[in-house]
Design a protein around this ligand. Structure first.
Ligand SMILES: Cc1cc2nc3c(=O)[nH]c(=O)nc-3n(C[C@H](O)[C@H](O)[C@H](O)COP(=O)(O)O)c2cc1C
Length: 365
């Protein structure tokens, strides 16, 4: 069996594996950061700080059926405490330390020199910078004054993420993190009739698996537009999710919601699952998988005629999930095996994804 190397390099920093925390509660102070390192994170990204401690509305987090809501802002700890205490503790992990800062150029110019002694790179949040690229560009230029690598974290809420990616790289960004939480959104706890979030307008920002397709689309757009490493963030909770981001072109993945819900061991769990996938598919480095989807896309023909699926009769367990959800009634279970009626099949592809849901993989196109 080939040896598996999970290490990746981003902006000159070597990560032991591509699974890192995304800024949020799992990296809210020094002690929490130690737990992420112990839990197997490949590098550390710290909770965003700004020039003042945040006054966080409460309640500020809710797990709902359709996704995770938060209205947490940036760190509730003052920057002085991070500089005097939390970053020192974080440094003891010996992992690459990416310090997240927000937001305007003036705030970054004030904070960046103070955190520089502890940072291997800076990540800048653009969450409150609006839909014009200029404030982001100025923030990047202010951060670049430190001489540290600068990673810009983009929001999925901007009208054209390609425009932001281009502007960020022109302003000097060395890498891009995509994306922050999606919103605004709203939700009500029907047991009490109360809104989940305690923010001024009762809005929350959505994260977790609900935003994964949005995050993947953003990564896809960015990697087609600029040539810097991308850290994919949004709904990563398993090795398969991480591989999907890597095949879309990401160098690494950030995890926040899954680390809140499952605890800091999730980093090592996801890294282990990536390694298992690589072993199964015969990959020995993460680089070998990166951008595989983009290579396929270049060769794919646009087609509007149906190609019916092929059923692997050996693998099919006759569960009937494909037949139940086929909108064209083109699938039937006959003698415990799925059969396709080619006359009826629209070639929509749904059956393949349903089969994959139960881990059987008996349907191919
Ligand atoms: C409770 C909470 C707090 C967050 N705080 C920050 C933050 O301080 N800075 C930041 O850049 N992103 C912050 N985020 C966004 C996450 O880093 C991440 O981009 C987003 O949640 C999507 O990833 P996920 O689906 O793995 O959570 C926060 C997210 C959550 C859920």
């Amino acid at each position: 069996m080939k040896a598996i190397d999970l290490s990746v390099e981003i902006a000159g920093l070597k990560f032991r594996n591509p699974v890192i925390p995304a800024a949020g509660p799992p990296v809210r102070n020094g002690e929490a950061i130690l737990k992420c390192a112990k839990g197997g994170a490949g590098a550390i990204v710290t909770k965003t700080i700004s020039v003042k401690a945040a006054e966080v509305p409460r309640p500020c987090m809710a797990k709902t059926k359709s996704g995770f809501l938060n209205t947490e802002l940036w760190s509730e700890l003052p920057p002085e405490q991070w500089i005097e205490r939390e970053y020192r503790i974080a440094r003891t992990t010996k992992l690459p330390l990416i310090i997240s800062l927000g937001y305007t150029a003036e705030q970054i110019a004030e904070l960046a020199p103070k955190v520089k002694p502890y940072a291997d790179a800076l990540e800048l949040s653009t969450h409150y910078l609006g839909s014009d690229t200029k404030p982001m560009e100025n923030a990047i230029k202010a951060a670049k004054e430190t001489g540290l690598p600068v990673i810009i974290k983009l929001s999925p809420n901007v009208p054209d993420i390609k425009l932001f990616a281009r502007a960020a790289v022109s302003a000097g960004a060395d890498a891009i993190t995509a994306v922050n939480s999606f919103g605004p959104t709203f939700g009500v706890d029907i047991e009490t009739g109360m809104p989940y979030m305690g923010s001024k307008e009762f809005y929350g920002w959505l994260s977790g698996s609900a935003i994964k397709p949005i995050a993947l689309r953003c990564v896809y757009d960015i990697v087609r537009t600029v040539n810097v490493p991308v850290i994919g963030v949004g709904g990563v909770e398993s090795g398969n999710d991480a591989v999907e981001f890597i095949m879309t072109g990401a160098h690494a993945v950030g995890v926040c919601t899954a680390a809140i819900l499952q605890g800091p061991k999730v980093f090592g769990k996801i890294a282990g699952e990536i390694a298992e996938f690589m072993a199964r598919k015969g990959y020995s480095t993460v680089d070998e998988m990166r951008g595989l989807a983009l290579k396929h896309i270049q060769k794919l023909e646009f087609r509007t005629y149906p190609v019916p699926p092929k059923i692997d009769e050996e693998k099919c367990i006759g569960c009937g999930l494909c037949a139940m959800s086929c909108p064209y009634q083109a699938l039937n279970i006959v003698e415990k095996v799925a059969r396709v009626n080619i006359e009826k099949c629209f070639g929509c592809g749904l059956c393949m994804s349903r089969c994959r849901e139960v881990g059987v993989n008996a349907i191919r196109f």
